[in-house]
Design a protein around this ligand. Structure first.
Ligand code: ADP
Ligand code: GLC
Length: 485
């Protein structure tokens, strides 16, 4: 089958979070299964820098009409990597910017136009460069593809046969804009109703995708259940319940060519389950990188790598921060995002220089060093569609402490010291006491060196490669294509 991926992020070209890891890793795995895969991305400033030499245009100019004006987009041929064909939608006035979605001041006000154009340009490009059996679109930024396909492109003889799959990576980001967006994007007003794109007087990109795609998937089984409830559905739960028959939960894999302590080029030393010695060196290297050389050999190191967003549960950490920094632990955190959380981490580190250190920013190499050098990985997310860092942690022998939600619940099993089973520590509920108790259980387990080694090895033995999920997606593509026969 030929699958077209359309997304706003993809490793190694553009990344703000896990979406990029998924869109980077799943296509090569599908190629291994014998499928043809083409990935479309916007040509952001950062992508332009990565393309050495002159841009090679596969298509010089596509006309994208808006109400009262046209825009023109080229399609740049990004070549093939691991059998996957990459194309970039080139519209400098919309995409040639540093931020993918906005600046420190907030989102770009014309994101409706940026991603509206992206969706339409992908359809037009596919007509010229190869119509797929299935469009696999990701999150709100690509969610208008199925909408255009079934409305204004409905009678296009070339596109008629293509099925659509939408993967929902995070129900909280929906792309909501004023009602007038409908006509600015030249969509018919008939679709601006509550059973289609309208969401409480907004034009909602994601809702459109949820209504018009043949099959819906999300990134863990647990999250597929959760988003059908008012608590997690971000007011789209009733739409999702209405489409429960077509909604699948497929747990993300991780790319072990990038995330493996035996080969990771970012580490001071390598290690394997058979020989863990290198992890000590990684720990020392990590503490050096954070200026915490004085931390004693037997002190457990807690690591955090995250977008600093409300989703990630740092309000709970703040509530127990005072107590935590008085214990015999070291904390190293890397992240950036909402100013309140950046301030919390900066202040926490400022008042606890001996054992708490933070780096505000985005740093891929340092994120690998934390996965390897820490003993415990902390991820108390309020909700987590899948979560990748806890899965990386398992591979690196770094024991996750997580809230039992979404993919965190699906991937982490509570440690049972009597049986020697389990891979981490989980808590339920929204109260900081739950987090505190889970950390206490982890710290108590850390005292028992033999038990802790078992716990590390249990996690390291888990396999979350893309092989299995790629097969599950292939089945979903078959289903979507069948609906168009
Ligand atoms: P989300 O997509 O919600 O941010 P995930 O756990 O799925 O959460 O994925 C986050 C990805 O982004 C991981 O690959 C993680 O290592 C990376 N990441 C997040 N914040 C940073 C940061 N400050 N520096 C480097 N990598 C980061
Ligand atoms: C989203 C989610 C995260 C998930 C990632 C990749 O950003 O917040 O939980 O792992 O997408 O699917």
């Amino acid at each position: 089958m030929h699958i077209v991926f359309a997304a706003s992020e993809c490793v190694p070209f553009a990344k703000t979070g896990g979406l990029a890891d998924v869109v980077g890793a799943l296509p090569p795995e599908l190629v291994k299964l014998g499928h043809e895969v083409t990935v479309y991305l916007p040509l952001y400033a950062g992508v332009r820098r990565q393309i050495k030499g002159e841009l090679k245009h596969a298509v010089r100019s596509i006309t994208i009409p808006f109400a009262y004006y046209n825009r023109f987009a080229g399609v740049v041929n990004g070549g093939k990597r691991a059998g996957v064909q990459y194309y970039f939608i080139d519209c400098p006035e919309l995409f040639d910017r540093e931020g993918l979605y906005g600046t420190a001041e907030g989102d770009y006000p014309n994101n409706w136009e940026r991603f509206g154009l992206f969706c339409r340009a992908v359809l037009e490009a596919a007509k010229l460069l190869g119509v797929p059996d299935v469009f696999h679109v990701h999150d709100w930024q690509a969610a208008l593809i199925p909408v255009y396909l079934r409305t204004t492109y409905n009678s296009d003889p070339l596109l008629k046969q293509s099925g659509t799959v939408l993967t929902l990576h995070n129900a909280a980001y929906q792309g909501a804009f004023p009602p007038s967006t409908t006509e600015r994007l030249l969509l018919p007003w008939e679709i601006f109703t509550m059973d289609k794109l309208e969401q409480f007087d907004s034009f909602n990109f994601l809702k459109g995708g949820l209504v018009y795609s043949d099959i819906l998937t999300t990134v863990s089984r647990k999250y597929a259940e959760e988003i059908q409830t008012p608590e997690f559905g971000n007011q789209l739960d009733s739409v999702l319940r209405g489409r429960a028959e077509e909604l699948r939960g497929i747990l993300n894999g991780v790319d072990y060519t990038q995330w493996n302590p035996a080969t990771d080029p970012n580490l001071a030393a390598h290690y394997t389950p058979e020989n863990l010695a290198g992890k000590r060196e990684c720990r020392a290297d990590l503490l050096r990188a954070f200026g915490l050389e004085q931390v004693g050999d037997s002190t457990p190191v807690i690591g955090i790598v995250s977008r600093f967003a409300m989703q990630k549960g740092f309000d709970l950490v703040e509530q127990i921060a005072g107590r935590l920094s008085e214990l015999d632990v070291a904390v190293v955190a890397l992240g950036s995002g909402e100013p309140v959380y950046e301030k919390f981490f900066r202040d926490w580190a400022f008042w606890n220089k001996a054992n708490v250190a933070v780096r505000i920013g985005y740093d891929d190499a340092l994120s690998h060093k934390i996965e390897a050098g820490a003993d415990i990985f902390l991820m108390p997310s309020l909700y987590e569609p899948c979560g990748l860092n806890q899965i990386y942690s398992l591979k690196y022998g770094t024991v996750p402490v997580v809230r039992a939600t979404g993919g965190l619940d699906d991937t982490i099993e509570e440690w049972d010291p009597k049986q020697g089973t389990g891979t981490g520590f989980k808590f339920r509920g929204m109260r900081s006491e739950g987090l505190r108790d889970a950390i206490d259980r982890a710290l108590a387990a850390f005292e028992d060196k033999e038990g802790w080694k078992r716990l590390m090895l249990n996690g390291m033995a888990r396999n979350y490669s893309w092989e299995q999920p790629a097969r599950e997606y292939a089945v979903v593509y078959e289903e979507a294509a069948k609906k168009r026969e």
